[in-house]
Design a protein around this ligand. Structure first.
Ligand code: XBP
Ligand code: MG
Length: 236
């Protein structure tokens, strides 16, 4: 019997990437006078790299080899990323990013049954609180015992560190928890920590490999609306 649900955020609670993070990155690039523009297809490729700062660095290495190196590249990328976070939070506050179907329902039912809740994500902590406040109200921050996010661990997903952090903070064993994820990197991360994982995929992740997932669902389910279910492809 599960005691807790550990939720990923981006792509799982909400479709944050295409109309949220991607747009915010592009606005930060424009602010900085850069002519970089991440279109939807390119962004799908870049999503294989988790973490916004890591994604910018990968883009420079792979797509802008002629871009002049900065004297302190880590600080320069961090500044660019800070501007991106500001734009992303503005988009959230404007209500640009709704929750995915079934998220509110599952949270309500889980809380009613006394299940413990936590967040386990790669994104920046303010982005999590911004999304929760904009979609579920300020009081929803108290629903989650732990918000494990961003640079709190040295290695981001697909490493299991962020799940291990949440498990330790909640004093739970991996098999007492259920992870909910949307991507291959998320499944790898949960499995690395030994946490059973359910997938709700989306347009950016539907071609991902979900080896070892309990099941792959089209969404988390609203009353009267059928959920398409595929089985995970078994442990490998
Ligand atoms: C989400 C991410 C994040 C966001 C950007 O991965 O990869 O990097 O796209 O967030 P997951 P930041 O859903 O697997 O946690 O720019 O704040 O890093
Ligand atoms: Mg995700």
């Amino acid at each position: 019997m599960f005691k807790a649900i550990l939720f990923d955020v981006d792509g799982t609670l909400a479709e944050t990437e295409r109309d949220g993070h991607r747009v915010a990155f592009n606005r930060a690039f424009a602010d900085a006078g850069l002519d970089w523009n991440w279109g939807e297809a390119l962004y799908g490729e870049l999503l294989t790299v988790t973490g916004g700062k890591e994604r910018i660095r990968f883009f420079i290495d792979e797509h802008q080899p002629e871009y002049p190196a900065q004297s302190d590249e880590a600080a320069w990328i961090a500044g660019l990323h800070k501007a991106k976070t500001k734009h992303y939070l503005e988009l959230l506050a404007q209500g640009a990013i709704p929750l995915r179907p079934g998220v509110r329902r599952l949270l309500d039912e889980a809380r009613a049954q006394g299940l413990r809740l936590a967040i386990s994500t790669t994104t920046t902590p303010e982005n999590v609180t911004g999304l929760l406040e904009a979609t579920l109200g300020k009081e929803s921050l108290d629903w989650f015992e732990v918000i494990a996010a961003g640079d709190i661990v040295p290695k981001k997903k697909p490493a299991g560190d962020i799940y291990v952090y949440a498990l330790e903070a909640m004093n739970l064993r991996p098999e007492e928890c259920l992870a909910v994820e949307d991507s291959a990197n998320g499944v790898l991360s949960a499995r690395d920590a030994g946490v059973p994982v359910l997938v709700t995929d989306n347009a950016y992740t539907q071609a991902d490999e979900f080896n070892g997932a309990l099941a792959v669902l089209s969404d988390l389910g609203e009353p009267g609306q059928p959920v398409a279910v595929r089985t995970g492809s078994g442990p490998k």
